[in-house]
Design a protein around this ligand. Structure first.
Ligand code: PGA
Length: 232
């Protein structure tokens, strides 16, 4: 089974850059690459035949919420949506409660949530990793497929990644808890400072089902090289 590669483009690429990105990617037609662009580029990526995810959305379906985009509006264009990214949690004050509402809205609208979880450096130093992860995955109302992305917050955009055992222990724990609590098998992606040099080693860890890539996915050719290194 190929590893899943998710590109989180964050607030990058202008219109022409996004056109170029989609145009290059469609020529490869690889399975299991999911591109999560800004909302304004979702339609063009979708038309290029790229498998598309959103980066976030609002949990209510419609109404007077100026500036927001809902899962209901996205559902015919995206197959996936990143939920609870640490930048949403810290910069936009998203609580586990709001994140649960967003997951529920994903299920309602038949979008597969890619739920991001992970501890801060301070929590890691205080040996609270499992406690934090448990808090982030408990009491979910699961009624469809869900993917988890384990992204230690101190690892995002910093070049610092946990050692192989650190990644494996947390991934194994998450899988075990989803089986115990919800009786489902889930895929767990690793995210945080993934690049062309470290992608293969990370994917050699058996409990890693794929990668969520930020900075190293902005250049589409680099994303393709990572995909090839991991999957071909
Ligand atoms: P990074 O970001 O690969 O640039 O560390 C990952 C993410 O934020 O999902």
């Amino acid at each position: 089974m190929n590893k899943i590669i998710v590109a989180n483009l964050k607030m990058n690429l202008n219109y022409n850059e996004a056109l170029n990105y989609g145009d290059i990617l469609r020529k490869y037609n690889y399975d299991n690459i999911i591109v999560c662009p800004s909302n304004i580029h979702i339609d063009l990526m979708h038309k290029y035949g790229v498998v598309v995810g959103a980066q976030d959305a609002y949990y209510l379906n419609k109404g007077a919420y100026t500036g927001e985009v809902s899962f209901y509006q996205l559902k015919d264009l995206v197959k996936y949506c990143i939920i609870g990214h640490s930048e949403r949690r810290t910069l936009f004050n998203e609580s586990n409660e709001i994140i649960k509402d967003k997951i529920a809205s994903c299920f309602f609208n038949k979008i597969i949530p890619i739920l991001c979880i992970g501890e801060t450096k301070e929590e890691y130093d205080n040996k609270k990793t499992f406690e934090i992860v448990e808090e982030q995955i408990k009491d979910l109302n699961i009624s469809g497929e869900i993917i988890i992305a384990y992204e230690p917050v101190y690892s995002i955009g910093t070049g610092i990644i946990p050692n192989d055992d650190g990644i494996d222990n947390v991934h194994t724990y998450i899988k075990k808890r989803f089986k115990e609590i919800y009786n489902i098998d889930i895929k767990v992606l690793y995210g945080g400072s993934v690049n062309l040099d470290n992608c293969k080693d990370i994917c050699n860890i058996e409990s890693v089902d794929g990668l969520l890539i930020g900075g190293a996915s902005i250049d589409v050719n680099n994303l393709i090289e990572i995909y090839k290194k991991v999957n071909l």
